[in-house]
Design a protein around this ligand. Structure first.
Ligand code: NDP
Ligand code: HSE
Length: 436
């Protein structure tokens, strides 16, 4: 029987904003190609939105649009639900209803996957349906499939990744153009990169949720994203880019996952990486995921981390996979193979790395000795040191130090000791150095 004569796979799209609009475009543009891959045509049945009066992409037929969730979720002719609403609720209850009704689900929602991924996977597995989420991490980069399918034969030992396109875009333009943060963030919002609530991006929570999703597949770990150490990029100063380069580093917003015996080290924060690192040249809205496998060694994935088209590519390729599995009668097979268990996190005080420290101080005798003394008392040893007069603040200087590998707890205690001195003009700046 020809593909077109087969019963269509009927899709309900939940949300039709940046990503949803891209999904409809791709379903229309690549219609015949997708049907050939699935073995049946793909047919949109409903598009659920919040505001029925908003102007949609031309590929969105007015007859599809509804604000009535039960009309969509209770429709027995719908085979597959693609959720691109975002946020925790009502997306969670919509997905649960869809799964319980035997519909397969595709989602781009990292917040939901980070908070409820393990229970949703178990629920989908029990119902014999698939839950696919390629677009939830890395936009258009096929990182979920790589970890879920291609690396099943190995153990992942570490992941170092640039997971937030908005942060990478802002840091790249701050460095290259010296533009101010707010101006660049407004551009990222206009281009459809930022979340509806952009503090999720710039304060590091989006990258944290993505790291937790990756950890489910890379380490088989169930982790609460609220337990992961997170710092955003608001405190980054122009001078840090300049000093980073002077020491041979690039300044990035990094998500890190490392296997440490039975526990996991997970953290998200700005970091200095060597200028020679493969991640150092990953700029703009690009994301990069640098995985080390015990047998595989290094493996780098780079691509568009956000935006309508790349994200739609991931959502639609999930739709194809899930639809193909239904047509072949093997729905739920790949979802059921994902195994996760709760894992403990290494406390932040026990993390060890090198540190970049910047002290903006009154330029007077005894200051350097006081800082070096505090570090020394806590066992933190200095590898490099530079002092530079600050042109923006008469009589003051920046003291930059790179430490040898030290324990986070010791460095933090030394900084607390220094913070009590009157010569400190601002809080000391700490950026971790990752030799990735
Ligand atoms: P948008 O804000 O552009 O779109 C959200 C859509 O969901 C809108 O169509 C909105 O309706 C609809 N919606 C919101 N709340 C409800 C509700 N309660 N009931 C029904 N519909 C609702 O978001 P994006 O398209 O940018 O993001 C969607 C998802 O994809 C998020 O999980 C995001 O994290 C993820 N993602 C986004 C990427 C990007 O580059 N933008 C990249 C990778 C993942 P209306 O139009 O009527 O307001
Ligand atoms: N806001 C997210 C980002 C979208 O900037 O990376 C992609 O998940």
């Amino acid at each position: 029987m020809s593909t077109n004569k087969k019963k269509p796979v009927r899709i309900a799209l939940l949300g039709c904003g940046t990503v949803g609009g891209g999904v409809l475009r791709l379903l229309r543009d690549n219609q015949a190609h997708l049907a050939a891959q699935v073995g049946a045509p793909l047919e949109v049945a409903h598009v659920l939105v919040r505001n029925p009066d908003r102007v949609r992409v031309p590929e969105c037929e007015p007859g599809w649009v509804t604000t009535d969730a039960s009309k969509v979720l209770d429709d027995p002719t719908v085979d597959l639900v693609a959720e691109v609403i975002g946020g925790e609720q009502p997306a969670l209850s919509y997905i649960e209803q869809a799964v319980d009704a035997g519909k397969s689900v595709v989602s781009a929602n990292k917040m939901l996957l980070a908070r409820h991924g393990a229970s949703l996977l178990a629920r989908a597995s029990k119902a014999g349906v698939d839950l696919a989420f390629e677009a939830s991490v890395g936009g258009g980069i096929p990182v979920i499939r790589t970890l879920r399918d291609s690396l099943t034969s190995d153990w992942v030992s570490s992941v170092h990744a640039l997971l937030n396109g908005t942060c990478n875009y802002i840091l790249t333009r701050m460095r290259n153009e010296g533009k101010v943060f707010d101006e660049i963030l407004a551009d990222a919002q206009r281009l459809g990169y930022a979340e509806a609530e952009p503090s999720l991006d710039v304060d590091g929570h989006d990258a944290t949720q993505k790291l937790v999703v990756l950890s489910m597949l890379a380490f088989g770990a169930e982790v609460d994203d609220r337990q992961v150490h997170v710092e955003g990029i608001r405190a980054i100063d122009d001078v840090d880019f300049r000093f980073a380069e002077r020491f041979g580093f690039a300044l990035k917003h990094l998500a890190i996952g490392v296997e440490r015996d039975a526990a996991l080290e997970l953290r998200v924060h700005p970091a200095l990486i060597p200028g020679s690192s493969p991640l150092a040249g990953v700029n703009g809205v690009l994301n990069g995921v640098f995985v080390h496998g015990r047998a595989l060694g290094p493996c780098l994935l780079v691509g568009q981390g956000a935006g309508e088209k790349p994200t739609a590519v991931s959502v639609v390729s999930d739709i194809v996979d899930v639809a193909r599995a239904r047509v072949a009668g093997v729905g739920g097979l790949s979802t059921g193979a994902i195994r996760t268990t709760p894992k403990a996190l290494v406390p932040m005080d026990d993390v060890e790395c090198r540190y970049y420290l910047r002290f903006d101080v009154v330029d007077q005798p005894g200051v350097l000795a006081a800082i070096a003394g505090a570090l020394g008392r806590h066992g933190v040893s200095v590898e490099h040191m530079v002092q530079e007069a600050r042109s923006d603040n008469g009589g003051s200087a920046s003291i930059l130090m790179i430490t040898h590998t030290s324990r986070e707890g010791a460095v933090q205690r030394a900084l607390r000791e220094v913070s009590g001195h009157e010569f400190m003009k601002a809080a000391a700046r700490l950026i971790r150095i990752e030799d990735t």
